[in-house]
Design a protein around this ligand. Structure first.
Ligand code: NDP
Length: 384
């Protein structure tokens, strides 16, 4: 049976891994919408290869390049944010939300409002919209499948169990490329060093988030919404080998963990095939070769991001959206060489202290908080 799929953020790292699985089982899939921001050339290449119904660039200035590249094909092309959101509403059995940042929020919400299946990698969208997104999921009867490896692991460990029996949920963190660096070394970390993750091959933004540990903090907020067991039951542990992707402990003392290689095609396959299973080309785990799995507590002195994220989750309301916007602005400044690595968390903390708007009640409210927080964060980073 053929299933249809749309991929928002098709030209990114998650997009590439998803399309790799689709490519390996080409007859099983019909590709509906593929989207990118500005990488028209790669998007056109993918749209042609997969005979997509429509290809969309969010950056309208890149539309002529996309049109030229797909001229003579039957593939529809479009550009701009409204076109991106419209593409997300196209009928597809599963829509993969893999845009990076809050830029993915509107199209992800549009897909959720169709009431079908959305596989969520775009954690920033859920962090920012929180209850607004989860309410939409409930209201539209949408199946929201967590694609982030930790949340996918938790989802698998929870299968067939009740939240009432959960004692704790533990998110594992690799600790990133700087996990053993001293505070002095961290102050000198460069973008090139930050994007070189020891275990995972990912886009630039999430790689920096991994290095600061904001990634784990954002995941804590994400888990808080996806698995409502209460924040006090959510924990983080550093596990440098990235073999255990997360764990659920039950009241009887049993802990269920999901293990697998550090390859996003495993959680992606879990979402694409759910509730069945499918083959992936990933090598089976060789635990004897891995030898040992180690764990340690996170160090919030050197990596204050997880504390900031927990505080934002506790505060609720607009706080996670402000935190996320501040982090996106700070990460972009760091990648542009305009902000020291250790200033990322400092600037996010300063923004949180200065800006605490009312809790958003709608998507429009979340977008407004995000825009205002970004403007203020950008202004705060400008030289005095
Ligand atoms: P990438 O940077 O590799 O790709 C991002 C994708 O989003 C690209 O297709 C990009 O298009 C598109 N995009 C960027 N900005 C915009 C915008 N303003 N409007 C519309 N589209 C845009 O990111 P990743 O694939 O690494 O990550 C995607 C999401 O998945 C993130 O939220 C990340 O946290 C999450 N995630 C990623 C994991 C990974 O292993 N990479 C693991 C778990 C979660 P273009 O190419 O044109 O710029």
């Amino acid at each position: 049976m053929t299933r249809s799929i749309s991929i928002l953020g098709a030209t990114g790292s998650i997009g590439a891994s998803t399309l790799d699985l689709v490519r390996r089982n080409r007859d099983a899939w019909k590709v509906v919408a593929l989207t990118a921001n500005g990488n028209a050339r790669e998007l056109a290449r993918l749209a042609a290869e997969f005979s997509a119904e429509i290809a969309v660039v969010a950056d309208e200035g890149c539309l002529p390049e996309l049109q030229a590249a797909l001229a003579g094909s039957r593939i529809e092309v479009a550009g701009g944010k409204a076109a991106l959101t419209a593409a997300a509403t196209r009928q597809a059995d599963i829509t993969v939300a893999a845009i990076v940042g809050c830029a993915g929020l509107e199209p992800t919400m549009a897909a959720i409002e169709q009431g079908r299946t959305v596989a969520l990698a775009n954690k920033e969208a859920l962090v920012s919209a929180g209850d607004v997104m989860m309410d939409a999921v409930k209201r539209h009867g949408t199946t929201l499948l967590p694609m982030d490896s930790e949340h996918n692991a938790i989802f698998q460990c929870l299968a067939g169990n009740s939240y009432d029996h959960v004692r704790s949920i533990t998110l594992t963190a690799s600790g990133g490329p700087f996990r053993d660096w001293s505070a002095d070394q961290l102050a000198t970390a460069t973008p090139a060093q930050a994007v070189k993750h020891p275990n995972w091959d990912m886009g630039a933004k999430i790689s920096v988030d991994s290095a600061t540990m904001f990634n784990k903090g954002l995941e804590l907020i994400e888990a808080h919404h996806l698995f409502p067991v209460g924040l006090e039951r959510l924990r983080i542990i550093v596990h440098p080998q990235s073999i255990i992707h997360s764990m659920v402990e039950y009241r009887d003392g049993s802990t269920l963990a999901q293990l697998g290689p550090s390859d996003m095609r495993v959680p992606i396959a879990s979402c694409l095939a759910w509730p069945q299973r499918m083959d992936t080309p990933c090598a089976p785990l060789d635990l004897a070769a891995i030898g040992e799995l180690t764990f340690r507590a996170p160090d919030e002195q050197r990596f204050p991001a997880t504390r900031l994220c927990r505080e934002a989750a506790e505060a609720g309301g607009a706080a996670p959206a402000v935190l996320n916007a501040g982090n996106e602005v700070a990460v972009a400044a760091f990648l542009a060489g305009k902000l020291a690595f250790t200033r990322i968390a400092v600037e996010v903390g300063r923004l949180m202290d200065r800006f605490s708007p009312a809790a958003p009640a709608s998507l429009g409210d979340v977008m407004a908080v995000d825009a205002e927080a970004r403007a203020l964060a950008t202004q705060m980073l400008e030289p005095a």
